[in-house]
Structures are given as structure tokens and as C-alpha cells.
Ligand binder design. Sequence first.
Ligand code: SF4
Ligand code: SF4
Length: 628
Amino acid sequence: MLGAVALASLVYFTSTVWRRLAPMVTAPDRNLSFDRPAKRLWTVFAEVLLQTRVIRERPVAGVLHALVMWGFFAFAWVSAEHLALGFSGFDTSIHAPSWYTAFAAVWAAAVLAGIIGLSFRRFVLRPRALGPRTSLTSAAVALLIVILMATYLADWRFLEPPSGAWKANWWAHTAALLGMLWLIPNSKHLHLVLAPVAIFFRGRVTSSMRPLRDEDDDDFGMIKFGDLSQKDVLDVHSCVECGRCTDNCPANLIGGSLDPKRIVLQLQHGLLAGGEIIAGDDAAVACGEAWLTEQEVFECLSCGACEEACPVGIEHVGLKILDLRRGLVSEGRTSGEKLADMFTTMERSPHNAWGVSQQIRRKLIEADGLPVYEAEAEWLLWLGCGCNYDPHGQNVVRAMKQILDAAGIAWGVLASETCCGEPARRAGNEYLYQELSERVISSLRSKGVKKIVTCDPHCARMFDLDYRQQSDFAALGVEIVHHTELLSRLVGSLPLQASGKKVTLHDPCYLARGRGVTEEPRAVLRALGTELVEMEHHGSKTFCCGAGGAQLYIADDKVELPGGRVNYKRFEEVSASGADTVAVACPYCPIMLRDAAGQAGRDEVQIVDIAELVAAGIARTSAGAATG
Ligand code: SF4
Ligand code: SF4
């Protein structure tokens, strides 16, 4: 009897898991990467066994979750012994040593405390992130866990084999144990099996877009469920429905329709239901022809906060949202006029999303005497559109000139520089991105560039990740750094006079999460003698300024959602920090933050790039030397 039930449970469990994961076999992208295996295994150890990310994101719920998980590990021997007893016809000579049974009893109490606490949160407190629906499977799994622990404690303390009560208790424990095999594969609890795998295969940084399957192939992004990659299939079945992604999504926090948890779950539901088209207009979604709306797909800022928060390694952005944009744009479905306008502007000469003439940057080069890159120069200072055309961005270039000259570095700028294609790729226009990137690659090749420093983390990210997906760029072997990385190497040798400013650092998403650089800008600020105060969201947990994912160009600035605007929310944190200066490290953030400062009536707050602060430190030293 026990053998038959156990076998049926195992067969059901395996076949259900297989049914869910079967699309991985036919997935067009086998994008499960095994590079840096030691690092990946360490991440699994830290995030699964030590529960670091779960606890960091929600300390109380995280510790309760950890108690349950660690308890299950502690119970491995108990469960093995329990089943061995059944298969041996209740041979009571089989038993674990008393120290272990006592150890397991302590963990049984810890698991009970954990599961009761989590159930109280889920079913009584009902936080917004968990959604309005009461999950019956969660309730059933919680009940089974309580039965498992209670029956173990009863067996350990009160019952003697082979009494009838002991046998009844044994069967209750067995039923709960095997019941798990029926519930887990059909619920979010499948994460118990899949989360370690999804975490192992998570990309190195957030929002990474998958390379084209074949550079000459007709690969136009994600359109149908059959386009989901292996990692996507794994991801959508690993979701634990915790809502951490949504809790951290700036677009959702201001009341937008984008909900990253919903994106993952709709992909899961559509896949299980045999859906065909993933995203469409509202009418297509209403009649069940599509599962996601174009609007939600195009609201994303590609800030990566969702991926950073996700405890099971799900990649919402590059692999799903941005790939869906790629699919929609390839079919001519460009949500909103501004998006279509941006593409048209970028397609035309001078090929930038601002539609600004190259004449502007030529004037900058001439008026400020910027050296034009020659083969003997060490570094190419890549300006990027923000520093080429925005007046504040141009001030950052002037600051960099002062710093690089003071450091005695041989450097130069390109006489002619076109957009790297970042807004086009993030907005889904792969064709346009390919065209623009080929133009840039050919220009870099012809100049023999080997080292690039840029003040724009979007450009740094494009060169270092997206461009490297193209074989002709990878062959150039170019080193890329963001200017804060170079400045952190240089500050020790620069003549800097300290500043007494109270500064807060706004970490750009594409630098902190998209490149993993958070310490270098702080090192520069410390070297400047500033008083650094942190905002609530900082470092890898930074909060977007509202410009990413091409939103600077495509967001409808006439519409204000119930929660205001993303940049307004960020500026609230600036105000709360009490800083008189916001240090930035991206040309787009100050545009958004200045707008928010104006709206808040706080124009006196200085918003300056870190390079400008360093240049001011050099200028103070020079002024001091002149007067001294
Ligand atoms: S990338 Fe940012 S805006 Fe987009 S879904 Fe994730 S958290 Fe939301
Ligand atoms: S995608 Fe990740 S963060 Fe979002 S609900 Fe699922 S498990 Fe939680």
C-alpha cells in the first residue's frame, strides 16, 4: 500500500514538473550559461542555503522563511527514517540517535513558528505585494507543514511504537509528506525545486538582453509563447509570487499599469494554457488573444529593480519585457506617437534621439579645445548624446577635460560621433540599433580605439554588454570604463582640495545594477572630503530617475499618474537626505532631477556630476596655489 501510494505520488510529481518544463526542450534559445561556475555555485549557496537575498529584502518575513527552509534540511534524516520504518513493516529497531531527534525537535518548533508567522502575514495582514487573491494551495501547503511538524513532535515526545495511536500518527505524517508531492508541482511551491536552478543561471547584471540567435537571422524578438527561451521557461515556473519585484518597481509605484509580477505570472499562465500571442492591444487582451498589454510592456524603465529584488533569480527585463518590445516593434506595433517619433528622429541624420545637429558638438570641440582622438592617445572620451547635446552634459565634458589634462593622460574625442543606439535597442527597434551600432563600430575600428571612457553609464553598458554580442566589436578587444571607475583610479594622484559639502549620491540604475559599480563613485566622493549621506534607496537598491528604458524620449509628459512621477518620488528621497548637493554619474539623471527639484520648489539643491565635483576640487587647489 505504502509503496503504491509513494510510487503514484512520485510519478505524478515527475510528470507534472516535466509537463511544465517541456517547452525548454524546444525553446529556440538555449541561453543557460555555465560561465563562471564557481561564482554561480557560491551565489546559490548564499541565496538559497543562507537565504541572504530573501532576508535582505524583507528581514522579518525573510527570517521566518529561512526558519522553514533550514528546518526542512534539518528534517532530511527524520524523513528518510520515517519512510524506512514504513517500508520495513515498522521495524522499530530503525531509529536515529537521540541527539538528532532532539535537534530535529528544536527545528520542528522553529518551522512551526516560521510557518505560523508567514501564514499570519499572508492570510491576516495580506500585504499588497501578495495580491488580493487568497491562495488555497498556499493554505494547503502551510497546513501540511504544520501537520508534519506536529506529528513529528507527538511521535518524539508522547507516542510509543507500535501502539495504534503511534501508527495513526505515522500515517498522518506520511500523508502530509506525500501530499507535498501532489501540491508542489502545481503551485508556486515549485520554486523549492526550481529556484536554485534559476539562481544558478541568472545573468551577471540586471536587464541583460539576449543576443540575436544569429546575426543574419530573422530574429525579431519575443512575439509568441514558442519564442520563450530556456531561461524564460525556467523563470516563469520558479516564481514564488512574493511581489518583491512589484514592490520595488518605480513604474508600478506611481500607479502605472506595469506590474513585473503580473508579467511573469501571465507568461506562466499563457504557457500552461497553450497561448499563442503574448502581447497585444487592450482589445486582444480582453478577448483572450493576448496575455499582456502593449502599454505595460512600454512603461518599463529597464531599471532592473525588479530583478535585483527577486529572490529566485528571475530576469524580467532584458529577457522578457525588452524582448517583447523587440517583438512588438518588429510587427510595427509602436505604442504611442512619441515612440514612433523617436525612431524617425534616430533614423534620420544626424542619427540621435535628440534630433540635434552635429554642429552643436563641433562647436563644443572647437570652443573648449577638446583634442580629437589620434592613434597615439590612450583613452577615447566617448561623449554620448547626453554630454554632446545637453548644456549641462557639456559641462561634464569640460570637467573631464580638466581632470584628464591634470592627470597627464593622452586622450581625445571623436571628431564625429553618432548615437550608440541605446534608446533604439531598449525601445525595441533592433534593426535601427544594428544599423547605428555598425556605424559606431566601424568608426572605432578605423581609429584603432583600444580604451573607452564615457560619462554615460548607458553607453558604457551598451559597449560592454550589448556591443560585445556582435562579433565584429568583440574582435576589437576594447576596454570600457565608466568615468567614475577611471576617476576612482586617478583621485589619489590629483591635486584636490577638500570640499565641506553635504552630498548624497544618486546611483544611476545602469551603473549600480547594470554594471555593478557602486563603490567607485563613493570612493571619489570620500577623496573629495565631502560629507556623504545616503538616501533610502542607494547602491544596488537605487531608485530610478525616470529616464531609463528610453522613457526620457517616449514617456507622455502630459500624463501624471496617481502616484506622481518617478523623478518626483526620487527627489523626495533627496530632500529627506538633507543634502545640499546631489552627485550624479549619468547625463540623464540630472535632467530628471532638476525637473523634480523645480516641481518641489527646491531649485537651490545643486545637482552636479561627480566629474564636476572633482574638477572643482582641482580648481580650488589651483586657486589656493595662485593666492598662496
Ligand atoms: S525594470 Fe524597473 S520599471 Fe521595469 S519592471 Fe523592473 S522595476 Fe519595473
Ligand atoms: S518574479 Fe520574483 S520577485 Fe516577483 S513575485 Fe515572482 S519570485 Fe517574487
